[in-house]
Design a protein around this ligand. Sequence first.
Ligand code: Z5A
Length: 213
Amino acid sequence: MSHTTGKFITVEGIEGVGKSTNIATIRRVLDENNIEYVVTREPGGTDLGEDIRSLLLDHKHQAMSDDCELLLMFASRAQHLAQVIMPALQCGKWVICDRFTDATYAYQGGGRGIDDKRIALLEEWVHGNQQPDLTFLLDTDVATGMARVHKRGAADRFESEATVFFERVRATYLARAKANATRTVVIDAGQALVDVELSIRQRLTVFLEHCQQ
Ligand code: Z5A
């Protein structure tokens, strides 16, 4: 989102890769650099978006069609952009967002099989060419991610998908990272947490130096 003063950082990956855990590292680095930021997530991030999130994750809605799921993701995103993301960036704050449109390509595109062209239409409608400035894709094998999540307890509607679904999601994320290499940093999230944190810190420091030039 280059016309704004704040920077937009997204964190992506399959479930259990450590997105929430590692957002704490990003926060620490921004705090050390006296940068004001907001932390938010998708689906969600607003009262309305959190209600949409509940619909999306609830097992009650097993019959939800793939198109309905896709449209709800973008409905939540439209509200999030209008109410949280754009106002923050426009007043110079940075935004750290747990998932954004890369997740839609990965889950609704790769996972569910919706054609990328249809997702691109909604992307263009909802946020045009306004893209994250920096994306951390935390990547590890599906078994590792799932084992971490399953320790936590009851699975939601997405977490109950089969391994093959998450294999497709992961492959789509990696393909998108290659196609968007200027903004995407792939981090090996299978490493010990201390090493993941170090990798993120190093890459974010490089990004900060670049922003100050
Ligand atoms: N979704 C979608 O389909 N389309 C879209 O466009 C968007 C989203 C935006 C909700 O997302 C669902 O929405 C998501 C995709 C879909 N469903 N799935 N699956 P979410 O981000 O809220 O849900 P999630 O991916 O399940 O998040 P999560 O379970 O909270 O995972 P996480 O944030 O990546 O992991 P974590 O909570 O930081 O860590 C999990 C555990 O692993 C925790 O105990 C950590 O201490 C541990 N951990 C983390 N890193 C390590 C390392 N390196 N070593 C050992 N242990 C670790």
